[in-house]
Design a protein around this ligand. Structure first.
Ligand code: GLA
Length: 694
């Protein structure tokens, strides 16, 4: 009897087949199998050899290699000055224990070894996979590609959902049919990117979902390829530039982790698995998340126009509104009056802050708020004292013109002294000021450096810098930002606590972006602010209630000058802040469900089957005489109290709709199978309900 290795999650299982002297074969990844349910026989015993084929069956393994007669994508592309390029497994040891399979592979002829790690968390159903390659031979090994994992997709896989986007338009959902051509996405922008983040959702004919995300903040590849047996191979890994990875003898290359999940219950369940897994991976100060403080951020309200008196007045106003954290954005440091100069010179501007930031920080904390500061450590303006002192720290090709982006260059962290300079400067700020939060930005893409590509070293140096700062200042939270959502991934989230989702605060546009954000990341790490009307990014105008209702579910904040609001809106703003505080524990725990009710209405629910907050967004005007019903699939049988929480009033109402304001009793089974009656609301309006077991 061949040896099979099975890992079981809550609702998914995977089965591998051990092979003498080879890497284990992928036999199964899909719905949960009962313990002991194993393949009927070894794969080779179940399928005859096709005509015109190798005389040995070469099937998809966890580490398929080009030298084994494998004609699909290899897990490894590497060579030693042209030799040792066709690797094959000569030895393999598999050990399986508590939810984990470790596969040790050697190719004694090519002189390399590898460790493939697969862990399936039974609680979350999330598979974590990574690969480590060691140069066990003589001479250097040039690595062009090393898959973090090679996964199987079943033959009825039909389409891939993925993202495209740009600054101010993150998470544009895309979907493509899988065909017999190679399907491949590459990101070569040096950071996670707005346009090709490393996330995919493969969907089968029957609605099963396979979701995967590479926890990495650099270049990436994902590809899906049809195989001879009708399945697809699905790989993720780093995109490596020519010559970027050259392993000396005994050196090791470790891939980023891939997190992946299977769900037989569609995309909501896959999302919930990711949320649970990401929550387990989070590294909060003190070990646990505390309620997310409501923030004010100075950027869109003030841009570079800082002065001490104005910022103190803003802090006073923010505290009155109930805001809990004051984040001083770009514009605070020496010579930073526009986006043309000063990145790198991280000392307070003497004209704007004659006595430094100490008095402002003391004022903010004196009001009972936390003080946060914006920095963009990995950047340098050619017009800065830092660039004048260290012109060679600007990442550029030898003899090539400087390719600036937003007038700035990337600070080459591989240059001796550069990372140390940043640590010294940032730790100096954190030591001398009561800063409990850094907004860590990265406002341009990385282009080729010299003489060798530095992409992955740069991402690793950033992680190392963040880790060092977190160790020295464990109470400081960090927000990851890259011109909005250019660096949203589970890699950087090991060191950070919030993402700045997008520089677009247009609430209509935000609905779509935030829904897609949530498909991988939980709402408490989704930075969502109430911006101005009109929105700076689109010039579209939306009511304060709508803007607030859209921002409500994430890590909530305000990004406008409240002193410029009309008195009515200012009162409403304070009310919304209070509403958020009263709901945030529910919004930021349990599960999230996303749905569409039709007729221009989308909804999301946060919580548990017995207690949810339901947000209904009417995005488009209605085209129906009567409103659609909203079916809530998570509810159980039995009675629920449905309470409407928003205060939108309209003349088009009915007695039961009004009764819901005081809490109406409705059967859960009815709400689940028939649906909730929704109020008649205009386009760009939100309705909010709390639905709790009665
Ligand atoms: C980026 C960020 C913004 C803001 C500016 C400051 O665009 O996404 O939120 O911090 O930089 O320059």
């Amino acid at each position: 009897m061949p040896e099979f290795i099975a890992l079981h999650g809550r609702a998914s299982s995977l089965v591998l087949e051990a092979v003498a002297g080879g890497a284990p074969l992928w036999r199964y990844w899909g719905p949960r199998l009962p313990e002991g349910a194993m393949p009927e026989a070894a794969l080779a015993a179940t399928r005859p050899l096709p005509t015109f084929a190798l005389d040995k069956d070469v099937a998809l393994s966890v580490f398929p290699l080009i030298g084994e007669g494998w004609f699909g994508q290899s897990a490894l592309l590497a060579h030693r000055a042209g030799a040792d390029w066709a690797q094959a497994v000569t030895q393999c040891e598999v050990s399986a224990a508590a939810g984990e399979v470790r596969i040790r592979i050697a190719d004694e002829i090519s002189g390399l070894s590898a460790l493939v790690l697969l862990q399936l968390d039974p609680e979350t159903d999330v598979l974590t996979a990574s690969t480590e390659l060691t140069n066990a031979g003589e001479g250097n090994l040039d690595v062009q590609w090393l898959a973090a994992a090679t996964l199987p997709l079943p033959p009825d896989t039909r389409r891939m959902h993925f993202y495209n986007g740009r600054h101010q338009a993150e998470f544009g959902p895309q979907v493509q049919e899988l065909t017999r051509s190679l399907w491949r996405r590459e990101n070569r922008r040096g950071l996670t990117s707005h346009d090709a983040p490393p996330t995919g959702f493969a969907e089968t004919e029957g609605g099963h979902v396979y979701a995967a995300h590479l926890a990495w903040s650099g270049n990436s590849v994902q590809q899906a390829e049809w195989l001879d047996d009708g399945r697809y191979l699905w790989q993720f890994g780093e995109w490596l530039a020519p010559g970027e990875v050259r392993l000396g003898p005994c050196e090791t290359l470790r891939t980023p982790e891939l997190i992946a999940t299977f769900s037989a219950e569609g995309r909501n369940a896959a999302m919930q698995n990711f949320h649970a897994a990401i929550r387990k991976r989070m590294n909060w100060p003190g070990g646990n998340m505390r309620p997310r403080p409501v923030q004010i951020n100075t950027w869109e309200g003030f841009y570079f126009n800082h002065d001490m008196a104005g910022m103190k007045a803003l802090a006073d106003e923010a505290a009155r509104l109930g805001i809990e954290r004051f984040v001083l954005d770009d514009g605070w440091f020496e010579g930073r009056n526009d986006d043309k100069a000063a990145l790198g010179d991280w000392t307070p501007d003497r004209k704007k802050y004659p006595d430094g930031l100490g008095p402002l920080a003391a004022h903010v904390t004196g009001l009972g708020m936390e003080f946060g500061l914006w920095v963009e450590p990995e950047m340098i303006n050619p017009d800065s004292a830092l660039a004048r002192a260290h012109p060679d720290w600007m990442l550029t090709g030898v003899g090539r013109p400087m390719l600036t982006g937003r007038n700035q260059m990337v600070l080459d962290l591989s240059k001796p002294g550069a990372a140390e300079y940043l640590y010294g400067t940032l730790s100096g700020l954190l030591e001398s000021l009561p800063i409990s939060y850094l907004k860590w930005d990265h406002n341009r893409e990385i282009v080729a450096g010299a003489p060798r590509a530095v992409y992955r070293r740069q991402a690793q140096a950033t992680y190392a810098l963040m880790a060092r700062l977190r160790a020295a200042f464990p109470d400081v939270e960090i927000e990851a930002c890259a011109a909005g959502g250019g660096r949203i991934d589970a890699g950087i989230l090991q060191y950070t606590h919030r993402f700045w989702t997008s520089d677009s605060l247009d609430a209509v546009q935000r609905i779509g972006m935030q829904r897609e954000f949530l498909r991988v990341f939980p709402p408490e790490v989704m930075g969502s602010h109430i911006g101005t009307a009109p929105a700076h990014s689109t010039r579209r105008r939306q009511s304060l209630d709508f803007r607030a209702g859209v921002a409500l579910a994430g890590h909530f904040g305000v990004e406008l000058d409240p002193m410029k609001l009309d008195p009515k809106d200012k009162v409403r703003l304070a009310e919304w802040i209070a509403v958020h505080k009263s709901l945030r524990n529910r919004l930021h725990s349990g599960r999230v469900w996303l749905g569409e009710a039709g007729d221009g209405v989308v909804w999301q629910a946060h919580g548990e089957a017995r207690d949810i907050v339901l947000l209904l967004y009417r995005v488009e005007p209605t085209a129906q005489r009567h409103m659609p019903l909203v079916r809530l699939p998570m509810l159980e049988d039995g009675a629920y109290t449905v309470t409407r929480l928003d205060s939108t009033r309209t003349n088009h109402t009915a007695p039961f709709i009004e009764a819901m304001r005081d809490g109406a009793i409705v059967s859960g089974a009815w709400l689940r199978e028939s649906g909730l009656t929704m109020p008649t609301i205009a386009a760009e309006t939100v309705a909010i309900f709390r639905i709790v077991v009665a």
